[in-house]
Structure formats: C-alpha cells, structure tokens
Design a protein around this ligand. Structure first.
Ligand SMILES: C[S@@+](CC[C@H](N)C(=O)[O-])C[C@H]1O[C@@H](n2cnc3c(N)ncnc32)[C@H](O)[C@@H]1O
Length: 243
C-alpha cells in the first residue's frame, strides 16, 4: 500500500471521466488504468467479502460461478476450500481485470478456476451449478435484475447464491431491517454514481423474494480517506427453492 498508488486509484475513481458507448467499453475505460493497483485499494474499500465466503458451505466436488469476479482477489478469501471445488467459472466483462485474474490463477496453481469474458446478465455455464456468487458486482451491473434471474436459472434446485454489496435501505424497510437516514440514502448513491456503481434499495427485497434466506446481515464500512460517514453493505446467502 502506498499513498501514491492510492492517489492514482482515487484520481480514476473521482476525477477521470468514464467514456464509452457500451457497458463493456465503459468498464474498460474505468478499469484499464487501475487494474494493477486495484486489489490493494479494494481490499480496504470492499469489506465483508471474507464474511460472505465464510458463511457459504462449499461441498466437496461442487461447481461454482463468481459473477463479476474481476481480478480474482475475492477467491483468496476461500483459502484451502478452493480445492474443494470441481470447477469455478470466474465471469467478468473487463479484459484488463481478467488478465490479472489469469496471472493469479497461474501463480496459485488453481487448475480448477477458469476465466470467462462475458456478460453476467446473459452468460450460461455448460451445466447447472451448485453455487453462484456476486461480490460487489451487482451494483455495477445496470440490469442487475437480469443478473439475479440468470443466476437463479443456472443454479441447481437447492443451490446457493452468495452476495456482498453496497446498498441503501428502502424508506420503509421490512420490520427488523436497518433504517437509513435521508443523508445516507441520498449521499451514497450520488457519490458512487460517478463510478457507475449504483447502490440500490431493491437488491435486498428482490433477493429475499427469489431465494430462501440462510444468512442476511447489514453492516457499515469506512471508506478510505472519508472520515465523516460509513457506507452500508449487506451479506446475503440464500437457497434456490427446490421447486
Ligand atoms: C467492484 S468490482 C468487484 C470485483 C470482484 N468481485 C471483487 O470482489 O474484487 C465489480 C466487477 O463487476 C464487473 N462487471 C460489471 N458489469 C458486469 C457484467 N455485466 N458482467 C460481468 N461482469 C461485470 C466489473 O468488470 C468488475 O470486475
């Protein structure tokens, strides 16, 4: 970690404009210049990823898909359990981030992990899978409903979905769920908008509607260099209903 490397990442996150006509061109415009310094900064920005993987049961021989898997840094949180998987497809639309993922896969000797350059809203694995994960990727997928629907389609009945991401609460959340002030609900979506990241009040209700919840927790995280407020994020683990 160095201040200069942070400064470069912060420049791309807060000043440098994102260009491109399509979603994948905009992703490349955003990520191509920060792919190398990505992991260190995101380790501090994207919290709760280890908790998400820890809360997931990984049966021996399971097949999995990590949607919007980026550089594959997320998979480090799996530790030795990665060897339990028969196959993991790491799907992402950014070629620059997948290049870093490929280097990591080779360096770690993860023969069971394969990168796929594709759109999470349309890609299908060759066979139904046991686990689908989204780690801070849903907020970057404009048609996130389609991404969740697609995940549900590719899961075996009883298969597991694991998600960790930023969000904001609905104005009137369900009983027992976190409430967010007007400031929180307004500030964070507007702040993240610049980077084409869209914290939504609808992820959590949509996930609860389509999957049987096994684990759901709501948290707040500090953002590097922002002292005055903490951003809300959630961890959701659910099962696809048997029918
Ligand atoms: C904030 S990064 C998170 C990366 C990684 N999951 C992690 O935890 O470090 C969001 C990722 O979603 C990817 N992404 C955005 N839209 C996508 C789409 N439609 N299909 C596949 N990947 C997408 C981006 O390229 C990026 O790698």
């Amino acid at each position: 970690m160095s201040f200069l490397s942070d400064l470069k990442i912060l420049w791309h996150m807060s000043v440098s404009p994102i260009r491109g006509k399509t979603h994948s061109e905009r992703l490349e415009s955003f990520y191509s210049k920060q792919a190398q310094g990505y992991d260190d900064f995101r380790r501090r920005l994207l919290q709760g990823r280890k908790e998400m993987w820890d809360a997931l049961t990984i049966p021996e021989g399971a097949t999995a898909v990590d949607m919007g898997g980026g550089t594959g840094a997320n998979l480090e949180f799996l530790g030795d359990r990665i060897s339990h998987l028969k196959q993991l497809h790491l799907v992402d639309l950014s070629g620059s981030l997948l290049k870093v993922a490929q280097q990591r896969i080779e360096a770690r000797g993860w023969a069971n992990v394969k990168t796929v350059e594709a759109d999470a809203t349309t890609w299908m694995p060759p066979e139904p899978v046991d686990i689908v994960t989204f780690s801070y990727s849903l907020t970057m997928i404009p048609d996130w409903f389609a991404a969740i629907d697609q995940a549900k389609k590719m899961l075996k009945p009883g298969g597991t979905i694991g998600i960790v991401d930023f969000y904001v609460a609905r104005k009137y959340p369900e009983a027992g769920r976190a409430r967010h002030s007007w400031m929180t609900s307004t500030f964070w979506p507007n702040w993240f908008r610049f980077d084409n990241v869209f914290p939504s009040p609808d992820h959590v209700p949509y996930l609860h509607k389509h999957f049987e919840p096994i684990h759901f927790s709501e948290h707040r995280a500090r953002i590097p260099y922002m002292l005055f407020s903490r951003v809300p994020y959630y961890v959701f683990i659910g099962k696809k209903p048997m029918k």
